[in-house]
Design a protein around this ligand. Sequence first.
Ligand code: HEM
Length: 424
Amino acid sequence: MPAADRALAATFDLKRLPDSFYDDPFATYRALREHEPVKRMADGSIFLTRYADIAAVYKNTATFSSDKREEFAPKYGATPLFAHHTTSLVFNDPPLHTRVRRLIAGALTPRHVAAMEARLVERVEALLDAMAARGPGAEVDLIESFASAIPVEVIGNLLGVPAGERGPLRAWSLAILGALEPVPSAAQHDAGNSAVTDFLRYLEGLVAQRRAAPGDPHTDVLTRLIEGEGEGDGGGGERLSAPELLHNCIFLLNAGHETTTNLIGNGLCCLLDAPAEKARLIAEPERIASAIEEFLRIESSNQLGNRITTCATMIGGVTLAPRTQVTLAIGAANRDPAQFADPDRLDIARTPNRHLAFGSGIHQCVGMGLARLEGRIAIGRFLQRFPGYRPAAAPVRARRARFRGHVSLPVVLGPSNETVKETS
Ligand code: HEM
């Protein structure tokens, strides 16, 4: 329906989204890609939906800055949320970005990620055992009982947060990320600011303890961030200031948390909607790695990214003035037919699959190896254990444009495969 699509594109405004957008943004993304791929919104900012344009922005960090001070000053005022976001590495350009990134990346090398696998498998198996113990007819919310319970442990281990102190982490994380929505409500602002304040207070205590008793700087990210770079690390041997240290710990805890919960939830939900692909993955479990890439592509946990132009430039044939705010619709790029054949179809064996779910360029997700491992272990083992899981009620999506995931995903587990073996 070209006329309807044209109207959808013409009336699109990120700051005035209809309710239907939160459930399904993809029809709108398609209309924009086809009719207004460089969409100028009422506030003068730009919304990009084509893969080629978004990939080009990621590459050109000199022209497209990640510094968010200008965008966040009117949005947050002088608040804890402003201090937090503008000090996080993801919302900064070099040199702060480079210093913090190097410290974090050193603890997330492929070798370090591989070393986390055994503990992760143990955690996932314990969650699966607990669900199996509820019996084959049990109705389970896969977000609460499974998807959200995995990343919190992984990221808690990475920063050495004691197991008994992880309770509030997810709520803090959700509150801070919620305030990143295009137009946060007063309640979202308040919750986000309280969460930053409480999180900082908690981390001050944790940092004091770690200073007194440092961990292994090869694997303990908090110790690495406290100790800063040695002279031989390629940096200037600089340490992070106290606020830089604390805000980047908060960022890391948030970054590794909700996005990965949503990867697991979105993947398990996608398979319910595509029974043939579900059967294929159960029959060919060796496809789990490529299935994870496909879940990341088709239901990207992080749907939107942001940049600001540092000078006049052109994108998609449109001239942008200096200081133009640009939103990158990752979720739209990942379904661009110019890049992906039959883009709305889940294909667990899709190849090539060069999606942008983890971004690209100097800010590309540092935790992607870890997120992929969590996805493979969680979804792979869940499917082996509960191949017959089915919806118990309609899944409930979170009402968020930036982070795509569910509030709840109720399923009936069906017999666990041990039960099938025992009774056959
Ligand atoms: C499915 C899960 C995940 C998704 C979809 C995801 C997505 C992203 C994206 C799109 C960016 C780039 C932002 C930009 O360019 O503006 C990013 C950056 C980042 N992610 Fe992830 N992420 C995930 C999991 C994780 C995990 C598990 C960790 C940590 C253990 C992590 C840590 C980071 C960090 C530190 C950055 C900032 C990198 C920089 O600015 O250089 N992420 N992530």
